[in-house]
Design a protein around this ligand. Sequence first.
Ligand SMILES: [Cu+2]
Length: 152
Amino acid sequence: MKIKHIFLASLLSLGITAGLRAETPGAMTVAISGNDTMKYSVTKIEAHPGQKITVVLTNEGNLPKETMGHNWVLLNAGANPVAYANLAASAKADNYQPKAFASHVIASIPTLGPKETGKVIFTAPSAPGSYPYLCSFPAHCASGMKGVLIVK
Ligand SMILES: [Cu+2]
């Protein structure tokens, strides 16, 4: 009997959640980790236009920040992540976030050392599309440390 009640309560709360989502998309938290293999644990995020998104990045690696730091940079839909990464490689003084490309950055998390966590809260773009993100630490994007935010 008790189990049945819990089941019904779950169904009810699911219904309520779905109802709310139809009017205003709920906030979403995405936890991403990176490690010494230069890969993100999440390479695709799907969101609604205007949805509030919190990205939490954790560097789970062991190597020093100077040689294996990780960050998270979300770019405009039209921006080229490879071009960004190339410029970033010589922008160490700017935390690998080249100023010349600043207008293409929607949101970012600074470079993290081992076992550090950083987060950013932002609003998904209102225009549907594919927004690339990358780790701009030298050579990491080319090694596959990148992903895409799909707004639809
Ligand atoms: Cu990285």
